[in-house]
Design a protein around this ligand. Structure first.
Ligand code: NAP
Length: 255
């Protein structure tokens, strides 16, 4: 059956990889973002703001499945609540959401907003599926690139990450979107656990640069949560195959 699928955030790092997978599986795709995009065969772009709740009703009209990927540093809770309200009124049949590993455990604003968004989805009364993913390699690349531009690279002690390849997240999101509603599914993490020193060191090596590193303490409750590994899923996760080193080899050249 051909489904009409709305992908919120379908122009983002993850969304632009998911959209062609859904379209190539024979479905019609509508992409929602604040800035839109040029129409392609079987892909329509609409503008709406989920946080401001502008344009959402028109974007959801006639949609069977909503894949909610839009997100930002702030307001993901509000965005999800607005989307859920409209999706219920429009009789959407499946609401699929991407969250982050540790949403329920890491005391930082972004994680709290993702958890509140998860709850809005789970309590919507609509059939739903939510996946918690680890940090994408692309995000880690931006972070380590910034940190390694400093004269001395800060290394928060005890902080570990399980970065995952965004193409593997995209494939899983497409599979979940085309499958039956499944509730909270096993987390998706990368194949290896890295300390911050290792992530920065391997990046610097790939760039052909050197920098001194300095251990720093990540303070407060959030620091304690990270040191306790609350941002990780060490057991029971679906594990990707592409490593951070594979990603660096593809994306980063010495300069
Ligand atoms: N990056 C990670 O490491 C990671 C890890 C786990 C989970 N996630 C989650 O995965 C999702 C996608 O992440 P990403 O890295 O692909 O994000 P991204 O590259 O920043 O893309 C965000 C997308 O959302 C749209 N958007 C942002 N605010 C919006 C609003 N108020 N109304 C409508 N559209 C809005 C953006 O388009 P416009 O700017 O044009 O509106 C864009 O299409 C997010 O929900 C994020 O929390 C990310």
């Amino acid at each position: 059956m051909t489904k009409s699928i709305l992908v919120t955030g379908g122009t983002g790092t993850l969304g632009r990889l998911v959209v062609p997978l859904l379209r190539d599986a024979g479905h019609t795709v509508r992409v929602l973002s604040r800035t839109g995009g040029a129409a392609e065969e079987d892909v329509e772009y609409v503008t709406a703001d989920l946080v401001e709740n502008k344009g959402v009703e028109a974007a959801v009209a006639g949609i069977h499945t909503v894949l909610h990927l839009a997100g930002g540093p702030k307001g993901d809770d509000e965005a999800a609540r607005n989307l859920v309200r409209v999706a219920k009124a429009a009789d959407v049949r499946h609401l699929v959401y991407i969250s982050v590993i540790g949403a329920d455990r890491v005391p930082l604003g972004y994680f709290k907003a993702k958890f509140a968004a998860e709850q809005a989805v789970a309590e919507s009364g609509l059939p739903w599926t939510t996946l918690r993913a680890a940090q994408f390699h692309d995000l880690m690349l931006t972070a380590v690139d910034k940190m390694t531009r400093l004269p001395v690279v800060p290394v928060p002690g005890g902080v570990r990450l399980q970065p995952v390849d965004v193409r593997e997240v995209a494939a899983r999101m497409a599979e979940l979107t085309l499958g039956d509603p499944a509730g909270l599914v096993p987390d998706l993490a990368g194949p290896k656990v890295y300390g911050m020193r290792e992530l920065s060191r391997t990046y610097l090596q790939a760039r052909g640069r050197r920098r001194p590193m300095m251990p720093v303490r990540f303070p407060g409750k959030a620091g304690r949560a990270y040191r306790a590994g609350e941002n990780l899923t060490l057991q029971g996760a679906t594990v990707g195959t592409r490593t951070w080193e594979d990603f660096l080899a593809e994306r980063v050249t010495a300069k």
